[in-house]
Design a protein. Structure first.
Length: 385
């Protein structure tokens, strides 16, 4: 293997059970050489039989895009892994033992970790370069015990690794630093409330670059209302549904993960469509929007209390970056807490990181694009040197 050079890209892979997202990124410059997604892996009628075939399909598409991986040798492959459990608090170079530990965490993330393991196995066979796992939970390994501990018996929690882990950590960490850069202030000085609002949604409280609270928990189901996930419900709902509706645990799990949230309330999970329906005067859509925003305010208020006030409130991911109505609704009525949004700045369609609060606001409100692939590429490159 030749010595890596600074313009050699990192291949970033995000393997789901039936999809493989890929991006070829130069970590230093952020240049994206190519990217895409291979879908319907292993599905009936699909010509992509498994994740190894998906990597072949990716190579073919890269070729079509003018990228020959043999001629542009990879520096490393960075893998997004959802659950690092109690084991992993930072990125790690993958060897057989690490792969086994990731596999063993599948009980905590049955929808995600098995797919990541399959993706890693296939990629290790295809590419003889260092492979790095970057965990979605890692940034939240710094949560204080008071925040990460569920009030359930301690021996049971210890036996089954039950605690708040948090997810979307790569995004929250990236955005925390990008916000400090935008404001031209040291990360170490800032108290930040970060709202990652995409298909999945999560909030975090970050003090001096370290996460002290987040809305997701043992699984990515806790917290904010999401596209198809309920977020917080009364934990008693499970027993109630089992008794009253005769549902099994798997049915309840599917209900709360796949058929709830904005979809369950309005019939659509895409936020653009939801906003169109709100504008058209549909009541179910309006209620879904209001529930979504109400939960967000609940968490913003909570995190102001946790942090003892905030310097900046940040919106990121698909909805956070693009939905001016959501940002306006979250800030509405929070002037007493130092949070206001300038209507003109909020409405600008800029795709750049930017401030949307008036000059001199006690809490700066900002819109900061996330970039999980670049974050994974950088963490991967840092580790392999
Ligand atoms: P992400 O997971 O970050 O890709 O975000 C996906 C979510 O962002 C989906 O619910 C999209 O409907 C939503 N989204 C993307 N663009 C817009 C937009 N212009 N206005 C409102 N929501 C948007």
């Amino acid at each position: 293997m030749t010595e890596p050079t600074r313009d050699q890209p990192v291949l970033v892979l995000n393997a789901g059970s039936s999809s493989l997202k890929y991006q070829l990124v130069v970590p230093e410059s952020g240049e994206v050489r190519a990217g895409g997604i291979v879908e319907r892996i292993g599905e009936a009628g699909s010509d992509v039989a498994d994740h190894s075939a998906a990597l072949q399909a990716m190579t073919t598409r890269l070729h079509a895009d003018g990228v020959d991986l043999d001629e542009v040798p990879l520096r490393a492959v960075g893998h997004r892994v959802v659950h690092g459990g109690p084991d992993f608090s930072e990125p790690v170079i993958i060897d057989d033992a690490v792969l086994e530990r990731i596999r063993a965490l599948s009980a905590l993330a049955p929808l995600h970790n098995p797919a990541a393991v399959i993706g890693i196995e296939a990629a290790r066979q295809h590419y003889d370069v260092p492979h790095v796992a970057v965990f979605d939970t890692a940034f939240f390994s710094t949560l204080p015990d008071a925040a990460s501990t569920y009030a359930v018996p301690r021996d049971l929690a210890a036996k089954h690794s039950i605690r708040r882990y948090g997810f979307h950590g790569t995004s929250h960490q990236f955005v925390a630093q990008a916000t400090a850069d935008l404001l031209g202030r040291p990360l170490a000085e800032l108290r930040q409330v970060i709202l990652h609002l995409g298909n999945g949604c999560s909030a975090s409280a970050v003090r001096g670059g370290r996460a002290v609270e987040t809305s997701m928990g043992l699984t990515p189901l806790q917290g904010l209302v999401m596209g198809t996930r309920s977020g917080d419900v009364d934990p008693g709902l499970h027993a109630y549904l089992a008794r009253e509706a005769g549902m099994t645990l798997d049915e309840i799990d599917t209900l709360l993960n796949k058929r709830s949230g904005v979809l369950g309330l309005s019939g659509v999970n895409d936020f653009r469509e939801l906003v169109q329906r709100v504008d058209a005067g549909e009541q179910d859509a309006s209620l879904a929007f209001d529930v979504f925003v109400h939960r967000l305010k609940h968490y913003v208020g909570a995190y102001l209390a946790i942090l003892g006030g905030a310097d900046v409130l940040v919106f990121t991911a698909g909805i956070g970056q693009h939905s001016a109505p959501v940002r306006a609704a979250v800030a509405d009525g929070l002037g007493e807490l130092g949070i206001t949004v300038d209507a003109h700045l909020n409405a600008s369609g800029s795709s750049q990181a930017r401030v949307i609060s008036p000059d001199g606001s006690r809490v700066v409100v900002a819109v900061v694009p996330t970039n999980e692939e670049l974050a994974i590429a950088r963490q991967t490159a840092d580790l392999v040197g």
